[in-house]
Write a protein that binds this ligand. Structure first.
Ligand code: FEO
Length: 428
């Protein structure tokens, strides 16, 4: 074992974090995309930890199956399989549970500890390989004594799967946080005060993995922030031993509502995005904007997608209460900038936001229904049937657009019943 790892990609030594506390994970420097959706410019690590107590050894998380030989080599350097009494999985995704079947085979006496929510996943995930795994489901606050050391479990679900939990080593003030506070950043130097600049990776990982679950992040932070912390040991990326609380604070910052144009808590926000080929959808957008703006208590914003970028718009949408999307129908479809924006919204939680669609069309007008379908797929409410206008809107049709905007805005402040046709899921 070594206190400072020199080349963990090639060595198979465990790394001592504290006396009788080791990193026994694996390095995956050549990975370039993770779970398809995440870019990994310099790979990732699968972090696993071994804690030795006076009455037994615990292994916390394993590694991806294809890296298990590396994991077992490190483990064998610091413990015998017969000493392992406890295996804790903070999260059952295969990048952390991949080596579990083989570990259980080598250490059959060990008891597996997982969160209550993980129990239904265990068999589904490991069915091709498992024998009859015995396991103990644990709840928030449950403790596991290793003799002179204690593991305490924190219930932190949906970060980013339902099963996720964190494990706190009380005597060392060390938090094994699973994917939380992790990132895909592979660096032999392993510790946050030694590795290269990984700030981008930390924020990028948060944005793609944790951001849709902000309310659960905030709930977890309520549990984590009061803990004395000298070490945060995530399941991916650098081990946070230098001022670990900075990373907890960064999660707080990233999960808190941002600055919102001086809006009050009582105000509601409607954002209208549009693209227009010949100006007709733009005129509809202006009319919807005008109608919505008549409603007190609703702040309305209007954006032409032609002049914007997806990233900042996703930020705006995350904080809005209602979003309307306007597109002409061209070749039976909505236009590409609309789809670019709509396909980028999976990283935020849209449930219960109000969505609406509108646009002008030449002869069929499919774009409106297609946008509405996507909004429902994103779990948004679509209380108003989409507003469609054939070719150039008349004054009467623009008046309808104003009323359409007024109704959407009115719904945000509890004004009356919607007068438009309500499209329900079953109608599709
Ligand atoms: Fe790193 Fe969600 O697994």
């Amino acid at each position: 074992m070594s206190a400072v790892a020199k080349d963990l990609t090639h060595s198979r030594e465990a790394v001592e974090l504290r006396p009788n506390l080791y990193w026994i994970g694996a390095m995956d420097p050549h990975l370039r995309s993770f779970d398809i959706i995440l870019k990994t410019a310099n790979g990732t690590t699968y972090n696993s930890y071994l804690v030795r107590g006076s009455e037994g050894v615990a292994v916390i998380d394993t590694v991806k199956e294809s890296f298990q030989q590396e994991f077992f080599s490190r483990l064998e350097g610091v413990a015998d399989y017969a000493e392992i009494r406890y295996i804790v999985l903070n999260h059952l995704e295969p990048d952390h549970s991949g080596a579990l079947p083989e570990l259980m085979r080598r250490a059959p006496q060990a008891q597996l500890y997982i969160s209550v929510r993980a129990t239904s996943m265990l068999k589904a995930l490991l069915k091709p390989k498992q024998g009859a795994f015995d396991y103990t489901p644990v709840r928030d606050g449950d403790q596991l004594s290793l003799g002179d050391r204690t593991l305490r479990f924190l219930h932190t679900p949906f970060l980013h799967w339902p099963d996720t939990q964190c494990t706190y080593l009380v005597e060392e003030k060390a938090l094994f946080s699973g994917d939380v506070f992790g990132c895909h950043y592979c660096d032999n130097r392993l510790f946050n005060d030694k590795v290269g600049d990984f700030r981008f990776s930390f924020d990028y990982y948060y944005a793609h993995i944790m951001r849709p679950f902000k309310k659960y992040v905030l709930a977890a932070l309520k549990q984590i922030e009061p803990l004395p912390l000298t070490l945060v040991a995530p399941a991916h990326g650098p081990i946070l031993r230098d001022r670990p609380r900075r990373y907890v604070a960064r999660y707080r910052e990233l999960s808190s509502p941002g600055f919102m144009a001086e809006m009050t808590e009582q105000e509601r926000s409607l954002i209208i995005f549009y693209m227009s080929a010949y100006g007709s959808t733009a005129r509809m957008a202006q009319a919807i904007y005008g109608g919505a703006d008549e409603v007190d208590g609703v702040r309305v914003s209007l954006y032409d997608l032609e002049g914007g970028e997806v990233g900042p718009f996703v930020d705006l949408i995350e904080q809005a209460d209602a979003i309307a999307f306007g597109s002409p129908t061209i070749n039976g479809d909505a236009v590409k900038p609309i789809w670019d924006l709509l396909s980028s919204l999976a990283v935020i939680n849209l449930s219960d936001k109000v969505g609406a669609a509108f646009g002008s069309y030449g002869w069929s007008g499919e774009a409106i229904r297609m946008i509405e379908d996507r909004l429902r797929g994103l779990k948004m409410r679509v209380p108003e049937g989409g507003m469609r206008v054939k070719l150039i809107p008349t004054e009467e049709e623009l008046a309808e657009c104003r009323e359409f905007g007024r109704r959407i805005a009115g719904a945000l402040v509890g004004e009356g019943e919607s007068k438009g046709k309500v499209i329900e899921f079953e109608d599709l």
